[in-house]
Design a protein around this ligand. Structure first.
Ligand SMILES: Cc1ncc(COP(=O)(O)O)c(C=O)c1O
Length: 364
């Protein structure tokens, strides 16, 4: 379907961020946003690009009480010649509908997500940052805004897309990767079998904040979640997927428990490692096996993968207050090569021979 949306331009454009090296994450939002409504009779209708401004919401809207919502996270990148491109956006569209199905939110028709993203980026193209490591963060989200206290799926939804120019995740380190400390969470859980762990719904994140906050007491940046049933097997690191290189094998948790968000970066990492001939296994991995590997010197690398940082190497785990070092604590070669390849493809400096890059046909 060829989606076309009417545009209302802002009459009050915001000042552009002065220093692209200090963009941070979600500090600035562009001038426009995409909105489309859903109701039972008409389906998704009335798509439009309008000024980014606060929205009115009835206090009895069901999302404010029962959290029937979902979101996605993706980025648009500028290549050295000024082309604007996305990275595997069809995968975001598929994941969006998997979340929608779980949350009883109506399916989003094929092509609508990318068409909405394109329409709003076209209006805010002069907001595309160009400093190394920067990108346009894209936040699509849907919420039920029916006025109702019944714990039932809403009959009316709003789907919006907002944009935020974001800085380099590694800005403090001059763009070079650096390692962090991660707290192994043994009290709270993120997701249980049959729950919503595989879905990108707000409740998963609200419920995780207590653990992330507590991790900071141990000078850790975030948590390594363990499985809910046995509190034994590693699952995700904060809001990223987790990889462990032990001896000659790279291990990541399997998706079949339904407790792990199927990251698009995770899938890209697995495909690249296979292409490079690195042994990569999706299997259950216990925290005890990791501690043992640290002791016997076979724990080579741990890293997290996700849209925000691409690859985040971990230098040390904190288990029940005791440090478990990861090799020499420095950035490992596999993490570095994955970062260079993925970030290079995303920004057009490394040839994309996987068919992952999605040019929007827009130039900044
Ligand atoms: C819980 C969780 N796990 C993993 C990821 C990584 O997913 P992706 O690589 O698609 O950004 C994210 C980020 O979206 C996340 O929120």
């Amino acid at each position: 379907m060829n989606w076309q949306f009417p545009v209302t331009r802002t009459t009050h454009p915001k000042p552009r961020p002065e220093d692209e090296t200090k963009l941070g994450f979600a500090r600035y939002f562009t001038d426009h946003m995409f909105v489309i409504d859903y109701d039972e009779g008409q389906g998704w209708h009335d798509g439009r690009v309008v000024p980014h401004e606060p929205i009115l919401i009835e206090p009895a809207s069901c999302v404010l009480h029962y959290a029937q919502m979902m979101f996605e996270g993706m980025k648009a990148y500028r290549t050295p010649t000024g082309e604007i491109q996305l990275f595997r956006p069809e995968e975001n569209a598929k994941r969006m509908n998997r979340t929608n199905e779980r949350m009883c939110i109506p399916e989003v028709p094929e092509g609508l997500l990318i068409a909405g993203v394109r329409a709003v980026i076209e209006q805010d193209i002069d907001w595309m940052p160009s400093a190394p490591g920067t990108a346009m963060y894209i936040r699509p989200f849907i919420f039920g805004d029916e006025v109702s206290f019944s714990v039932l799926p809403a009959k009316h939804y709003r789907f919006m897309i907002i944009l935020s120019p974001t800085g380099s995740y590694y800005a403090a380190n001059d763009g070079g990767l650096s390692t962090t400390r991660i707290y192994v969470q043994d009290e709270y859980i993120r997701a249980a079998r049959g729950g919503t762990g595989f879905a990108k719904c707000g409740g998963n994140y609200g419920g995780g904040m207590r653990a992330s906050k507590d991790a900071m007491k141990y000078n850790c940046k975030d948590v390594l979640w363990l499985d809910a049933a046995e509190n034994k097997y590693v699952e995700e690191i904060g809001t990223s997927n987790a990889f462990f290189r032990i001896a000659d094998e790279v291990i990541t948790a399997p998706l079949d428990s339904g407790t792990i968000l199927p990251g698009i970066t995770r899938n890209s990492v697995i495909q690249l490692l296979k292409k490079w001939g690195v042994k990569v296994t999706e299997r259950k991995l216990s925290i005890d096996e990791i501690i043992e590997a640290s002791k016997n010197g076979t724990l080579q690398e741990i890293f997290a993968s996700g849209t925000a940082a691409v690859i985040s190497p971990i230098g040390c785990l904190c288990v029940e207050g005791t440090d478990v070092p990861v090799a020499d604590g420095k950035v490992g070669p596999v993490a570095q090569k994955l970062y260079d390849t993925l970030y290079g493809m995303q920004t057009g400096t490394v040839k994309d021979d996987m068919g992952w890059v999605y040019p929007l046909g827009l130039k900044a």
